[in-house]
Design a protein around this ligand. Structure first.
Ligand code: COA
Length: 332
Protein backbone atom coordinates (compact mmCIF):
# COMPACT_ATOMS: atom_id res chain seq x y z
CA UNK A 1 0.00 0.00 0.00
CA UNK A 2 1.57 3.35 -0.97
CA UNK A 3 2.86 5.43 1.91
CA UNK A 4 3.50 2.56 4.33
CA UNK A 5 7.16 2.40 5.38
CA UNK A 6 8.56 -1.06 4.85
CA UNK A 7 11.74 -3.02 5.46
CA UNK A 8 13.85 -3.82 2.41
CA UNK A 9 15.82 -6.91 1.48
CA UNK A 10 18.15 -7.95 -1.30
CA UNK A 11 16.50 -11.11 -2.59
CA UNK A 12 18.72 -12.22 -5.47
CA UNK A 13 21.95 -11.49 -7.30
CA UNK A 14 23.13 -12.10 -10.85
CA UNK A 15 26.44 -11.32 -12.54
CA UNK A 16 28.02 -11.45 -15.95
CA UNK A 17 31.56 -10.95 -17.20
CA UNK A 18 32.46 -11.29 -20.86
CA UNK A 19 34.59 -14.34 -21.73
CA UNK A 20 37.58 -12.45 -23.22
CA UNK A 21 40.50 -12.01 -20.81
CA UNK A 22 43.29 -9.40 -20.99
CA UNK A 23 46.24 -10.42 -18.82
CA UNK A 24 49.10 -8.32 -17.50
CA UNK A 25 51.34 -10.18 -19.94
CA UNK A 26 49.09 -9.07 -22.81
CA UNK A 27 49.44 -5.47 -21.58
CA UNK A 28 53.23 -5.81 -21.45
CA UNK A 29 53.05 -6.12 -25.24
CA UNK A 30 50.90 -2.98 -25.59
CA UNK A 31 52.54 -0.42 -23.25
CA UNK A 32 55.68 -0.11 -21.17
CA UNK A 33 54.55 -1.95 -18.05
CA UNK A 34 55.14 -5.23 -16.27
CA UNK A 35 53.16 -7.94 -14.55
CA UNK A 36 55.21 -7.27 -11.44
CA UNK A 37 54.44 -3.50 -11.39
CA UNK A 38 50.71 -4.02 -11.88
CA UNK A 39 50.48 -6.73 -9.24
CA UNK A 40 52.52 -4.79 -6.72
CA UNK A 41 51.01 -1.32 -7.25
CA UNK A 42 47.39 -2.28 -8.03
CA UNK A 43 46.86 -6.00 -7.35
CA UNK A 44 45.40 -6.98 -10.73
CA UNK A 45 46.42 -10.07 -12.74
CA UNK A 46 43.75 -10.03 -15.41
CA UNK A 47 40.51 -8.38 -16.43
CA UNK A 48 37.61 -9.37 -18.71
CA UNK A 49 37.06 -7.38 -21.91
CA UNK A 50 33.89 -7.37 -23.98
CA UNK A 51 34.26 -8.36 -27.60
CA UNK A 52 33.64 -5.78 -30.33
CA UNK A 53 29.96 -5.01 -30.77
CA UNK A 54 29.00 -5.85 -27.17
CA UNK A 55 27.59 -2.86 -25.28
CA UNK A 56 26.76 -2.16 -21.65
CA UNK A 57 23.07 -3.05 -22.07
CA UNK A 58 24.01 -6.51 -23.39
CA UNK A 59 25.98 -7.33 -20.24
CA UNK A 60 23.37 -5.67 -18.01
CA UNK A 61 20.61 -7.85 -19.51
CA UNK A 62 22.62 -11.02 -18.88
CA UNK A 63 23.24 -10.07 -15.23
CA UNK A 64 19.58 -9.07 -14.82
CA UNK A 65 18.33 -12.37 -16.27
CA UNK A 66 20.54 -14.30 -13.84
CA UNK A 67 19.11 -12.34 -10.89
CA UNK A 68 15.51 -12.81 -12.10
CA UNK A 69 16.08 -16.52 -12.68
CA UNK A 70 17.50 -16.98 -9.19
CA UNK A 71 14.33 -15.37 -7.78
CA UNK A 72 12.08 -17.32 -10.18
CA UNK A 73 10.34 -14.31 -11.71
CA UNK A 74 10.34 -12.64 -15.10
CA UNK A 75 10.85 -9.03 -16.15
CA UNK A 76 7.11 -8.36 -16.19
CA UNK A 77 7.12 -8.30 -12.37
CA UNK A 78 9.64 -5.46 -12.07
CA UNK A 79 8.50 -2.02 -10.93
CA UNK A 80 11.75 -0.17 -11.65
CA UNK A 81 15.20 -0.69 -13.17
CA UNK A 82 18.20 1.44 -12.17
CA UNK A 83 21.34 1.18 -14.28
CA UNK A 84 24.49 2.44 -12.60
CA UNK A 85 26.92 3.14 -15.42
CA UNK A 86 29.32 5.67 -16.93
CA UNK A 87 29.46 3.76 -20.20
CA UNK A 88 25.87 3.83 -21.49
CA UNK A 89 25.25 2.35 -24.94
CA UNK A 90 24.69 5.94 -26.11
CA UNK A 91 23.92 9.38 -24.64
CA UNK A 92 20.21 8.68 -25.00
CA UNK A 93 17.93 6.82 -24.77
CA UNK A 94 19.06 5.63 -21.36
CA UNK A 95 20.50 2.16 -20.97
CA UNK A 96 17.64 1.54 -18.54
CA UNK A 97 15.19 1.86 -21.46
CA UNK A 98 17.20 -0.57 -23.58
CA UNK A 99 17.39 -3.10 -20.75
CA UNK A 100 13.70 -2.69 -19.85
CA UNK A 101 12.77 -3.56 -23.43
CA UNK A 102 15.07 -6.59 -23.58
CA UNK A 103 13.72 -7.93 -20.28
CA UNK A 104 10.10 -7.43 -21.30
CA UNK A 105 9.69 -5.41 -18.12
CA UNK A 106 6.52 -3.75 -19.35
CA UNK A 107 5.43 -2.39 -15.95
CA UNK A 108 8.82 -0.91 -15.01
CA UNK A 109 10.10 2.63 -15.20
CA UNK A 110 13.75 3.43 -14.65
CA UNK A 111 16.78 5.55 -15.31
CA UNK A 112 20.54 5.59 -15.56
CA UNK A 113 22.40 6.71 -12.47
CA UNK A 114 25.77 8.39 -13.09
CA UNK A 115 28.00 8.19 -10.04
CA UNK A 116 30.99 6.37 -11.56
CA UNK A 117 32.49 3.83 -9.19
CA UNK A 118 30.06 4.79 -6.40
CA UNK A 119 27.15 4.04 -8.74
CA UNK A 120 26.12 0.71 -7.27
CA UNK A 121 26.12 2.03 -3.69
CA UNK A 122 24.00 5.02 -4.78
CA UNK A 123 21.74 2.64 -6.73
CA UNK A 124 21.16 0.43 -3.69
CA UNK A 125 20.38 3.51 -1.58
CA UNK A 126 17.92 4.87 -4.14
CA UNK A 127 16.19 1.53 -4.72
CA UNK A 128 15.93 0.86 -0.99
CA UNK A 129 14.02 4.12 -0.57
CA UNK A 130 11.68 3.37 -3.50
CA UNK A 131 10.75 0.16 -1.68
CA UNK A 132 10.67 1.76 1.77
CA UNK A 133 8.10 4.34 0.78
CA UNK A 134 5.72 1.53 -0.18
CA UNK A 135 5.25 2.40 -3.84
CA UNK A 136 7.55 -0.28 -5.34
CA UNK A 137 7.70 -4.02 -4.76
CA UNK A 138 10.52 -5.14 -7.01
CA UNK A 139 13.39 -2.88 -8.03
CA UNK A 140 16.37 -4.15 -9.98
CA UNK A 141 19.69 -2.34 -9.48
CA UNK A 142 22.26 -3.10 -12.16
CA UNK A 143 25.87 -1.95 -12.16
CA UNK A 144 27.31 -2.39 -15.63
CA UNK A 145 30.29 -0.88 -17.37
CA UNK A 146 32.19 -1.51 -20.58
CA UNK A 147 35.22 0.46 -19.46
CA UNK A 148 37.33 -0.91 -22.31
CA UNK A 149 35.39 1.42 -24.65
CA UNK A 150 36.69 4.56 -22.89
CA UNK A 151 40.20 3.43 -22.04
CA UNK A 152 43.25 4.58 -23.98
CA UNK A 153 45.28 1.41 -24.50
CA UNK A 154 48.36 3.54 -25.21
CA UNK A 155 48.22 5.16 -21.71
CA UNK A 156 49.84 2.92 -19.10
CA UNK A 157 48.54 5.12 -16.27
CA UNK A 158 44.98 3.98 -16.88
CA UNK A 159 44.85 1.00 -19.25
CA UNK A 160 46.06 -1.53 -16.69
CA UNK A 161 43.34 -0.66 -14.17
CA UNK A 162 39.95 -1.37 -15.71
CA UNK A 163 37.82 -4.29 -16.90
CA UNK A 164 34.27 -4.94 -18.14
CA UNK A 165 31.37 -6.59 -16.32
CA UNK A 166 27.87 -6.33 -14.89
CA UNK A 167 26.03 -7.28 -11.73
CA UNK A 168 22.41 -6.99 -10.61
CA UNK A 169 20.62 -7.13 -7.27
CA UNK A 170 16.86 -7.41 -6.82
CA UNK A 171 15.37 -5.44 -3.91
CA UNK A 172 11.99 -6.23 -2.35
CA UNK A 173 9.97 -5.33 0.76
CA UNK A 174 10.76 -7.33 3.86
CA UNK A 175 8.67 -8.13 6.93
CA UNK A 176 11.66 -9.44 8.86
CA UNK A 177 14.21 -7.46 10.81
CA UNK A 178 16.73 -7.83 8.01
CA UNK A 179 17.86 -5.96 4.99
CA UNK A 180 18.63 -2.29 4.63
CA UNK A 181 20.08 -0.69 7.77
CA UNK A 182 21.29 2.65 6.48
CA UNK A 183 23.46 4.70 4.17
CA UNK A 184 25.76 7.68 3.98
CA UNK A 185 26.58 9.13 0.57
CA UNK A 186 28.38 12.34 -0.37
CA UNK A 187 29.61 14.15 -3.46
CA UNK A 188 32.47 16.64 -3.70
CA UNK A 189 32.60 18.33 -7.08
CA UNK A 190 35.85 20.09 -6.22
CA UNK A 191 37.54 16.79 -7.18
CA UNK A 192 35.97 16.71 -10.64
CA UNK A 193 39.19 17.34 -12.54
CA UNK A 194 41.07 14.43 -11.01
CA UNK A 195 39.12 11.72 -12.81
CA UNK A 196 37.06 12.34 -15.91
CA UNK A 197 36.32 11.66 -19.55
CA UNK A 198 36.71 15.22 -20.91
CA UNK A 199 34.96 15.08 -24.28
CA UNK A 200 31.73 13.80 -25.74
CA UNK A 201 29.39 15.96 -23.66
CA UNK A 202 28.09 19.51 -24.17
CA UNK A 203 31.36 21.12 -22.98
CA UNK A 204 33.53 19.44 -25.61
CA UNK A 205 31.33 17.75 -28.20
CA UNK A 206 32.93 15.10 -30.38
CA UNK A 207 35.10 16.55 -33.13
CA UNK A 208 38.14 15.48 -35.10
CA UNK A 209 40.19 17.52 -32.61
CA UNK A 210 38.80 15.84 -29.49
CA UNK A 211 39.41 12.45 -31.05
CA UNK A 212 42.97 13.24 -32.10
CA UNK A 213 43.72 14.56 -28.58
CA UNK A 214 42.41 11.32 -27.00
CA UNK A 215 39.81 13.29 -25.00
CA UNK A 216 37.17 10.54 -25.19
CA UNK A 217 39.19 8.42 -22.81
CA UNK A 218 39.53 8.25 -19.02
CA UNK A 219 42.01 10.80 -17.66
CA UNK A 220 43.05 10.72 -14.05
CA UNK A 221 45.50 11.93 -11.46
CA UNK A 222 45.98 8.57 -9.79
CA UNK A 223 47.65 9.83 -6.63
CA UNK A 224 44.93 12.37 -5.86
CA UNK A 225 42.26 9.73 -6.39
CA UNK A 226 44.16 7.27 -4.23
CA UNK A 227 44.47 9.70 -1.31
CA UNK A 228 40.83 10.78 -1.47
CA UNK A 229 39.65 7.17 -1.70
CA UNK A 230 41.50 6.01 1.40
CA UNK A 231 40.55 9.04 3.51
CA UNK A 232 36.89 9.34 2.51
CA UNK A 233 35.89 5.67 2.49
CA UNK A 234 37.32 5.36 6.00
CA UNK A 235 35.54 8.53 7.17
CA UNK A 236 32.20 7.61 5.70
CA UNK A 237 32.22 4.02 6.96
CA UNK A 238 33.14 5.19 10.47
CA UNK A 239 30.42 7.86 10.49
CA UNK A 240 27.80 5.44 9.17
CA UNK A 241 28.63 2.84 11.83
CA UNK A 242 28.49 5.53 14.54
CA UNK A 243 25.08 6.73 13.38
CA UNK A 244 23.71 3.21 13.81
CA UNK A 245 25.47 2.55 17.12
CA UNK A 246 27.50 -0.19 15.50
CA UNK A 247 31.24 -0.83 15.50
CA UNK A 248 33.39 -2.55 12.92
CA UNK A 249 33.20 -5.65 15.14
CA UNK A 250 29.49 -5.92 14.28
CA UNK A 251 30.31 -6.05 10.57
CA UNK A 252 30.78 -9.59 9.26
CA UNK A 253 32.09 -8.48 5.88
CA UNK A 254 33.45 -5.34 4.24
CA UNK A 255 32.70 -5.41 0.51
CA UNK A 256 34.49 -2.38 -0.96
CA UNK A 257 34.71 -1.07 -4.49
CA UNK A 258 37.67 -2.73 -6.21
CA UNK A 259 39.95 0.01 -7.58
CA UNK A 260 43.32 -0.87 -6.09
CA UNK A 261 44.29 -3.61 -3.62
CA UNK A 262 46.41 -1.07 -1.69
CA UNK A 263 43.41 1.25 -1.27
CA UNK A 264 41.34 -1.63 0.11
CA UNK A 265 43.98 -2.87 2.53
CA UNK A 266 44.67 0.69 3.74
CA UNK A 267 40.98 1.22 4.55
CA UNK A 268 40.68 -2.19 6.19
CA UNK A 269 43.70 -1.48 8.35
CA UNK A 270 42.38 1.94 9.41
CA UNK A 271 38.94 0.51 10.17
CA UNK A 272 40.52 -2.32 12.15
CA UNK A 273 38.90 -5.18 10.26
CA UNK A 274 41.04 -8.24 9.54
CA UNK A 275 41.61 -9.26 5.93
CA UNK A 276 39.55 -12.46 6.32
CA UNK A 277 36.48 -10.22 6.57
CA UNK A 278 37.27 -8.12 3.49
CA UNK A 279 36.37 -9.24 -0.02
CA UNK A 280 39.07 -8.61 -2.63
CA UNK A 281 38.70 -9.97 -6.15
CA UNK A 282 40.40 -7.18 -8.09
CA UNK A 283 43.09 -9.67 -9.16
CA UNK A 284 40.66 -11.37 -11.57
CA UNK A 285 38.41 -8.53 -12.74
CA UNK A 286 40.25 -5.21 -12.35
CA UNK A 287 38.09 -2.15 -11.73
CA UNK A 288 34.73 -2.80 -13.42
CA UNK A 289 33.34 0.54 -12.08
CA UNK A 290 29.58 -0.01 -11.48
CA UNK A 291 29.94 -3.79 -11.32
CA UNK A 292 32.64 -4.32 -8.68
CA UNK A 293 30.33 -4.56 -5.66
CA UNK A 294 27.90 -7.17 -7.07
CA UNK A 295 30.83 -9.18 -8.47
CA UNK A 296 32.55 -9.11 -5.08
CA UNK A 297 29.28 -10.00 -3.32
CA UNK A 298 28.86 -13.02 -5.57
CA UNK A 299 32.36 -14.16 -4.59
CA UNK A 300 31.52 -13.64 -0.92
CA UNK A 301 28.43 -15.84 -1.24
CA UNK A 302 30.14 -18.54 -3.31
CA UNK A 303 33.07 -18.76 -0.90
CA UNK A 304 30.65 -19.20 2.02
CA UNK A 305 31.78 -15.94 3.68
CA UNK A 306 28.41 -14.17 3.41
CA UNK A 307 25.40 -15.83 5.04
CA UNK A 308 21.85 -14.91 6.01
CA UNK A 309 21.84 -12.55 8.98
CA UNK A 310 25.38 -11.23 8.48
CA UNK A 311 25.90 -7.46 8.53
CA UNK A 312 27.70 -6.32 5.39
CA UNK A 313 29.24 -2.91 4.75
CA UNK A 314 29.43 -1.81 1.12
CA UNK A 315 31.58 1.20 0.34
CA UNK A 316 32.81 2.91 -2.81
CA UNK A 317 34.46 6.01 -4.15
CA UNK A 318 34.48 7.32 -7.69
CA UNK A 319 34.82 10.17 -10.13
CA UNK A 320 33.07 13.37 -9.08
CA UNK A 321 34.23 12.84 -6.41
CA UNK A 322 31.48 10.54 -5.23
CA UNK A 323 31.67 8.42 -2.09
CA UNK A 324 29.20 6.26 -0.25
CA UNK A 325 28.51 3.42 2.14
CA UNK A 326 25.54 1.15 2.78
CA UNK A 327 24.90 -1.19 5.71
CA UNK A 328 22.74 -4.25 5.05
CA UNK A 329 21.82 -7.38 6.97
CA UNK A 330 22.09 -10.11 4.35
CA UNK A 331 18.77 -11.78 3.64
CA UNK A 332 19.38 -15.20 2.13
C1 COA B 1 47.13 4.73 -10.75
C2 COA B 1 47.96 4.14 -9.63
C3 COA B 1 47.95 2.62 -9.71
C4 COA B 1 49.40 4.61 -9.81
O1 COA B 1 50.19 4.08 -8.76
P1 COA B 1 51.20 5.03 -7.98
O2 COA B 1 51.88 4.18 -7.00
O3 COA B 1 50.41 6.20 -7.46
O4 COA B 1 52.18 5.43 -9.12
P2 COA B 1 52.58 6.89 -9.59
O5 COA B 1 51.43 7.55 -10.27
O6 COA B 1 53.23 7.59 -8.43
O7 COA B 1 53.68 6.53 -10.62
C5 COA B 1 54.91 5.96 -10.22
C6 COA B 1 55.69 5.63 -11.46
O8 COA B 1 55.08 4.48 -12.08
C7 COA B 1 54.86 4.77 -13.45
N1 COA B 1 53.70 4.01 -13.91
C8 COA B 1 52.41 4.41 -13.97
N2 COA B 1 51.66 3.43 -14.49
C9 COA B 1 52.52 2.40 -14.76
C10 COA B 1 52.34 1.13 -15.30
N3 COA B 1 51.13 0.69 -15.69
N4 COA B 1 53.40 0.33 -15.42
C11 COA B 1 54.62 0.74 -15.05
N5 COA B 1 54.86 1.96 -14.54
C12 COA B 1 53.81 2.78 -14.40
C13 COA B 1 54.65 6.27 -13.50
O9 COA B 1 54.88 6.76 -14.80
C14 COA B 1 55.67 6.74 -12.51
O10 COA B 1 56.93 6.76 -13.14
P3 COA B 1 57.97 7.91 -12.82
O11 COA B 1 58.27 7.79 -11.36
O12 COA B 1 59.10 7.59 -13.71
O13 COA B 1 57.25 9.19 -13.15
C15 COA B 1 47.46 4.59 -8.24
O14 COA B 1 47.74 5.95 -8.04
C16 COA B 1 46.00 4.35 -8.07
O15 COA B 1 45.52 3.23 -8.03
N6 COA B 1 45.19 5.44 -7.91
C17 COA B 1 43.80 5.33 -7.78
C18 COA B 1 43.20 5.13 -9.13
C19 COA B 1 41.77 4.68 -9.06
O16 COA B 1 41.43 3.95 -8.18
N7 COA B 1 40.95 5.12 -10.00
C20 COA B 1 39.62 4.75 -10.07
C21 COA B 1 38.89 5.34 -8.91
S1 COA B 1 37.39 4.66 -8.66
Amino acid sequence: MPGVMSGVKISSLGCYVPPGVLTNHDLEKMVETSDEWILQRVGISERHIAQAGVATSDMAVKAARAALEQRGIDGGELDAILICTVTPDMMFPSTACLVQHQLGAKHAWGFDLVAACSGFVYGLTTAAHLIKCGTHKKVLVIGADTMSRIIDYTDRNTCVLFGDGAGAMLLEPSEEEDGFIGFLNEIDGSGGDYLKMPAGGSRLPASADTVSQHLHYVKQDGQQVFKYAVRKMYDICTELLNRHNLTIKDVKLLIPHQANRRIITAIAERLGIDCERVIINIDRYGNTTGATIPLATRDAIESGKLKKGDIVLFTAVGAGFTVGANLWRWSY
